[in-house]
Design a protein around this ligand. Structure first.
Ligand code: NAD
Length: 298
């Protein structure tokens, strides 16, 4: 069944996601502040709108894919998106934002007479283009069921994680595991170097022993053992260090506001913030290994 969707935010992720909705037979009205992105989306069959508010007036579902929580909340409230939509419209925010902002967005949508789901993604730009994203959703079961055909058109898997904000919570918890495990794997390779142990030998043992994890066997931070990992192409992302730093910042906010002790998560957030602001700005997050060597060399 074809659904009329308003898609706001047609950047690296939103552009291909909107195009995949068109490809699945949905009518998509799009808007982005950057005219060139709107033109690219139009080339893929998205109907360009003059404003976000104009895009939502005819929509049954509104999908947002924006940089941060402040953009989502400003659009919903001050910039009049909730007011412009028809009563009962389903708002699906796919951006990665603070859990507290996600809950505030839900509350504002429901207060305005709408339905709401947070549905952040993992899978990156490659997953957005290939429609292989994983969605983690928070909200009611009826809202999740209503969004499911659209999520299926943009991804491979959608998990209903719980009530409002649970999708964002799952996203930041997962990425905190990933960051801590990547630093742990990197430290182990650096220790191996100082002990004269080959990268490949450590990999051959740890990849089938209890040290096994995604950071080792898929995104291995040293060149050689896993030919497709970013380390083999000068750490071209992949998953960029600034995106990891952003997600860890959201995890750190949630840790502090919940009074949760997580020294490794907080340390990882600090390390990735420093790395992303300096030499890691354009690199895959696995390049953090470079900062761990005693002489901070290559
Ligand atoms: P992006 O900067 O490429 O796209 C965001 C778009 O939002 C921009 O084009 C911007 O012009 C637009 N925008 C901002 N305010 C707007 C407004 N008021 N009205 C209309 N458009 C507006 O970012 P991205 O890489 O596409 O990421 C989007 C979200 O997805 C972020 O929250 C990010 O953390 C998350 N995410 C990104 C990746 C990735 O690999 N890029 C992976 C997973 C999750």
């Amino acid at each position: 069944m074809s659904t009329t969707v308003a898609f706001i935010g047609l950047g690296h992720m939103g552009g291909p996601m909107a195009a995949n909705l068109v490809g699945a037979g949905h009518r998509v009205l799009g808007f982005d502040l950057v005219p060139e992105l709107l033109a690219t989306a139009a080339g893929a069959g998205v109907e360009p709108a003059a404003s976000a508010a104009e895009a939502v007036t005819a929509a049954e579902v509104v999908i947002t894919m924006l940089p941060a929580g402040r953009h989502v909340l400003a659009l919903y409230r001050e910039q009049g998106l909730l007011a412009a939509a028809r009563p009962g419209t389903l708002f699906v925010d796919c951006s990665t934002i603070d859990v507290a902002d996600a809950r505030a967005a839900h509350e504002a949508a429901v207060l305005a007479g709408h339905r709401s789901l947070d549905a952040p993604v993992s899978g990156g730009v490659v997953g957005a283009e290939a429609a292989t994203l994983t969605f983690m959703a928070g909200g009611g079961s009826a809202e999740f069921a209503a969004a499911a055909p659209l999520l299926d058109a943009m991804g491979r898997k959608a998990v209903h994680c719980g009530a409002a904000g649970a999708g964002q919570a799952a996203k930041i918890c997962n990425n905190m595991i990933l960051a801590v495990s990547m630093i742990g794997v990197s430290e182990a390779f650096v220790l191996a170097e100082s002990l004269g142990l080959d990268h490949q030998a450590l990999y051959d043992v740890a990849s089938t022993a209890s040290g096994q994890c995604w950071a080792l066997t898929v995104n291995c931070p040293v060149p050689g053992p896993v030919p497709a990992s970013p380390a083999n192409r000068d750490y071209r992302p992949g998953f960029g260090a600034p995106l990891m730093a952003k997600d860890l910042g959201l995890a750190a906010n949630a840790l502090r506001s919940g009074g949760v002790e997580a020294p490794l998560g907080l340390k990882a957030a600090e390390m990735y913030a420093a790395f992303a602001a300096a030499e890691g700005a354009d690199l895959d997050f696995s390049a953090i290994v470079r900062t761990l060597r005693p002489q901070n060399g290559t």
